[in-house]
Design a protein around this ligand. Structure first.
Ligand code: NAD
Length: 449
């Protein structure tokens, strides 16, 4: 018997009882989730500190506070989202009405990465619960203390037959992926995204894949350069660069690059130097990633470059004069190293970025609306911002997701509910009239022949 088959079957049975589908059950489940998170809030902050030295204020803001906001927003709008929707019916269907019924998928699987280990496990769960599904969660094995607290939160809030958290590594994932889930929501690397999709294909299970990629920050000669520098380094070095939508590299107009780097150095020093000096700057999640990142620090390092193997910390680092052949440009950096490239014309920069796999995010800094529009319309990417970084992520009215190499599907706010919901279309036909012309008529057919 497969390792998690019994848990899966218990969830299936519970789902089929119909209990998870009522609105009152779903609202109560969201309330219960919030209560349980509150109970473990302090343990959760300790766990994030233990797993990768994540500061409590940053952890609260980017992980716990974010999740509370999503729960509150969902509870406020759920009744409206879950309503059966009446739609138009063409005149050819006279006498009938058409409706879209909102239906959960059933038993869902949520696989999460380590970089925002709580947020990226629980934010999709809010969607799964709100739509009326059951869920099995698989937090990352690279942040094991957080994974343990997530298990405690779920055990306190829910019976396993409804929501369960499973701890473990790749074998655990493989075992889970062999089961016929009704929906899989995966966040992580593009490499593992392919494995998840292949496994899902065996059961024709629909998937959402929230993946990564090299997200550019384009700075044109018409940008507010000082502000661009400030917002780029903030978004980049937050969470020690281990953010899926962090600007991966800067692509700047040659005319303003020197000034931009000057301000980037100033703000990096201002925001992060003290934390790095005193050992409170977040560390890299494990030895492998630390070694990988250390190898990327090459060339004209204009800020930072210090690495501390004992604590797996890397100083926020800016590298100037980088080209597309540099090692840091071969894969997503996913750490506190920021390569800076320069372009002579914006049109050429657009072509260069279009040659790369579709990024998850793209940022363009310019005060010219026409330039921003040109970039947005010419390059395929998941989502992003004009004159900012990362912030688009926390607007519940904006769907969040990638395309191509950076993923498929979307979530946040209403889009999370929609992701975990099947829209069942129903035509309610009248029995008062029955037009004969829709049926085969042997006399008419004979004439036609
Ligand atoms: P990862 O893909 O290595 O791991 C994610 C999950 O996949 C973990 O739970 C892990 O146990 C599992 N996994 C790993 N190898 C597996 C295998 N061979 N078979 C089955 N399961 C396996 O990703 P990561 O290193 O934890 O996260 C970093 C990546 O995630 C980056 O590329 C980043 O951009 C991306 N990311 C994307 C988003 C987003 O919302 N789009 C958010 C955060 C991170």
């Amino acid at each position: 018997m497969k390792m998690y088959e019994s848990l899966f079957n218990r969830q299936k049975q519970f789902y089929q009882s119909g209990r998870t589908k009522t609105l009152s059950f779903r609202i109560e489940a969201l309330k219960q989730l919030k209560r349980s998170i509150r109970y473990y809030e302090s343990a959760l902050l300790d766990a994030m500190e233990k797993d990768f030295n994540k500061g409590r204020a940053e952890a609260y803001l980017t992980e716990i506070g974010y999740v509370y906001n999503e729960i509150n927003y969902t509870m406020k709008h759920l009744e409206e989202w879950a309503e059966t929707k009446k739609v138009k019916t063409p005149a050819t269907h006279i006498g009938s009405t058409s409706k879209i019924y909102k239906e959960p998928y059933g038993v869902t699987l949520i696989i999460a990465p380590w970089n925002y280990p709580f947020n990226l496990t629980v934010a999709p769960l809010i969607g799964a619960i709100s739509a009326g599904n059951t869920a099995i969660l698989k937090p990352s094995e690279h942040t094991p203390t957080v994974a343990g607290v997530i298990s405690n939160i779920m055990t306190l809030a829910f019976p396993e037959k409804y929501v369960a958290s499973v701890e473990g590594g790749i074998e655990t994932n493989q075992s889970l992926l062999s089961l016929p889930f009704n929906y899989i929501f995966y966040t992580g690397s593009s490499h593992v995204g392919r494995i998840v999709m292949e496994s899902a294909a065996r059961h024709l299970t629909p998937v959402t894949l929230e993946l990564g990629g090299k997200s550019p920050a384009i700075v044109t000669k018409h940008a507010d350069v000082k502000l661009a520098a400030k917002r780029i380094v903030w978004g980049k070095f937050l969470n020690a660069g281990q953010t899926c939508v962090a600007p991966d590299f800067v692509y700047a107009d040659a005319k303003i690059k020197k000034k931009l780097i000057h301000h980037m150095k100033y703000y990096t020093e201002k925001f992060y130097a003290e934390a790095f000096k005193t050992g409170t700057y977040m560390n890299i999640v494990n030895q492998n990633h630390f070694e990988r990142l250390r190898g990327l620090i090459q060339g004209n390092v204009v800020y930072g470059g210090t690495t501390r193997p004992a604590t797996l910390t890397i100083e926020p680092t800016i590298i100037d004069d980088v080209d597309f052949g540099h090692d840091a440009m071969q894969e997503e950096v996913f750490g506190p190293i920021l390569p800076v490239l320069q372009f002579e014309s914006l049109d050429k920069a657009i072509l260069d970025i279009r040659d790369l796999p579709d990024p998850l995010a793209l940022y363009v800094f310019t005060d010219r609306k026409s330039e921003a529009k040109n970039v947005i319309r010419s390059i395929p990417f998941g989502g992003g911002a004009v004159n900012d970084t990362v912030f688009h992520l926390v607007n519940p009215h904006l769907p969040f997701g990638g395309r191509g190499n950076s993923g498929m599907g979307k979530y946040h706010g209403r889009y999370s509910f929609d992701t975990f919901t099947h829209e069942k279309s129903i035509l309610h036909q009248t029995t008062c009239i029955d037009f004969p012309f829709r049926y085969p008529d042997s006399k008419l057919l004979g004439k036609a022949i």
